[in-house]
Design a protein around this ligand. Structure first.
Ligand code: DUC
Ligand code: ZN
Ligand code: ZN
Length: 482
């Protein structure tokens, strides 16, 4: 038999963001080389008859081995983080190289490469968290870094050690516009949170549930509105990350209907959890402390609808791996510490794809093509990785998921592959899980066994995602006449 391919995936039901058809997929040197019925042989063959095959997931918002300033420590590095991602059907991660105030961004990037290089078993790119946009950073470092493939920035409107004021954000947005970069914005009003936190602590309201009371939806709405206004002023696209409920959704939708290029991201916690989960007995609620906080059932429905109707382009995990037990996780200030001393964030890299396929597609809430767009294709486009990543096409990397939709499972932390000692999704039932995950044609997960190799993952330099001459319908200023 002829062996024209390194690998042939036979009789796949190929699903992309736009198409669905039966074909064989031939892989050579980690790339898709042919898609057709009846391909000749491969040195290796996978029978995908009766199975959906989708592009591997891109988790474009996750935190791995990110140095923290409060004594806490993320327990997933690039070894366990990419392992966990692969076992859940994700083949590309985009975590954050985070600049501390006073630090050069290039140093943060160099440090982050050292953390990732030998450990990653799937491909990765970096977003840059800009916490100190000095003239030197804006004029020299960032343009140089964009040139080298770091083409997206995250801006915080809250967190004392990272937040930028409006003027700083404007400077960064103007730079993003000039350089063709994408800006992700964490939209919560820092002063409102600080004021509410003081009131709650003074009243003795310190347990985890008060985290949710310190960050009500209106402070997310206000910051989202302001972020959109700043982007409109500069006339540049932004992506509002981890949107939690109706009030921010309304702001994004209104801006989109005006023709502004405002993109939105949401995460599994806003579909599967509510603020009541922060009110669990004792300190248990700390397991679900994340920002913005989960809301209520009615808001979960609004998030589902916004996934379905195109308000959101991206579905990410915001994986932030703090252990529950031990001295450097959720209890870094001791068990029973006030809510504002608990590290923010929850794990979710491995469960993201399965939760959306099971509770979104199989429950009839979202369309299968939309699932692919939300978990993979749109992130590839918005962050400059398309068409290498994010689709099934000749020339694209063979990053693929062969799905098992027939085996009911209950999510249990003991079956996951991250280093976190809990999952907030414990006990939730799912019907879908990847049977096989392939990273550039290499099987990294099959039938419940992790087969990845540290070091297989490659750094991805991203293209500039925002065309040089973007013209939204934003504020017209003589400044923008070029
Ligand atoms: N919120 C963030 O902004 N980042 C990490 C985790 C979280 O909850
Ligand atoms: Zn954030
Ligand atoms: Zn985050």
């Amino acid at each position: 038999m002829r062996e024209d391919f390194d690998l042939v995936i036979r009789s796949a039901e190929v699903v992309t963001a736009t198409d669905r058809y039966l074909a064989d997929i031939g892989v050579v040197n980690g790339q898709i080389n042919a898609i057709a019925k009846g391909l000749s042989g491969g040195r290796k063959e996978i029978d995908a008859k009766g199975r959906l095959v989708t592009p591997g997931g891109i988790d474009s918002h996750c935190h791995l081995d990110q140095p923290m300033s409060d004594g806490s420590k993320m327990v997933d590095d690039f070894l366990s983080g990419t392992r966990s991602a692969a076992c859940g059907g994700t083949t590309t991660v985009i975590p954050f190289a985070c600049q501390f105030k006073g630090q050069s961004l290039q140093d943060a990037v160099d440090d982050y490469h050292k953390r990732a290089g030998k450990l990653a078993s799937i491909d990765y790119a970096f977003h840059l968290i800009v916490s100190d946009p000095t003239p030197q950073v804006l004029k020299e470092e960032l343009p140089r870094l964009v040139e080298k493939g770091y083409t997206s920035f995250k801006v915080y409107m809250t967190y004392d050690d990272m937040k930028l004021n409006d003027r700083q954000i404007l400077n960064l947005l103007a730079l993003a516009r000039r350089e063709g970069a994408m800006t992700m914005i964490h939209a919560e009003n820092a002063d409102c949170i600080a004021w509410l936190t003081d009131q709650l602590l003074e009243a003795g309201m310190t347990s985890p549930i008060y985290h949710a009371h310190s960050r009500p939806m209106l402070i997310e709405r206000e910051a989202t509105h302001r972020a959109i206004a700043l982007a409109e002023l500069v006339d540049v696209p932004i992506l509002v990350v981890h949107v939690s409920g109706r009030e921010a959704v309304d702001q994004i939708r209104a801006a989109q209907s005006l023709g502004l290029k405002i993109y939105g991201e949401t995460c599994p916690q806003y579909l599967m959890l509510t603020a009541d989960d922060l009110g669990l007995d004792g300190f248990e609620g700390a397991k679900c402390i994340c920002s913005p906080p989960p809301r209520d059932k009615a808001n979960q429905e609004i998030i589902w609808r916004a996934l379905d109707n195109g308000t959101f382009q991206v579905f990410s995990s915001d994986h932030a791996p703090f252990a529950f037990e031990g001295p450097t996780g959720k209890k870094v200030r001791g068990e029973g510490a006030a809510f504002n001393e608990v590290p923010n964030g929850i794990p979710g890299l491995e469960t993201r794809m399965s939760l959306l396929m099971s509770h979104g597609v199989l429950n009839g809430r979202i369309d299968l093509h939309n699932f692919v767009a939300l978990t993979s294709t749109n992130a590839a486009k918005l962050y400059g990785l398309f068409p290498k990543k994010g689709t099934i096409a000749v020339g694209s990397d063979a990053d693929l998921v062969v799905w098992d939709l027939d085996t009911p499972r209950t999510i249990q932390n003991s079956a996951l592959h991250h280093n976190v000692d809990y999952t907030p999704y414990e006990g939730i039932k799912v019907q879908a899980w990847p049977a096989i995950t392939l990273s550039r044609g290499v099987v990294v997960w099959q039938d419940g066994v992790y087969l990845g190799n540290p070091g297989h993952g490659q750094f991805l330099a991203c293209e500039r995602p925002v065309p040089a001459k973007v013209r939204g319908r934003g504020h017209r200023s003589p400044l923008w006449k070029e």
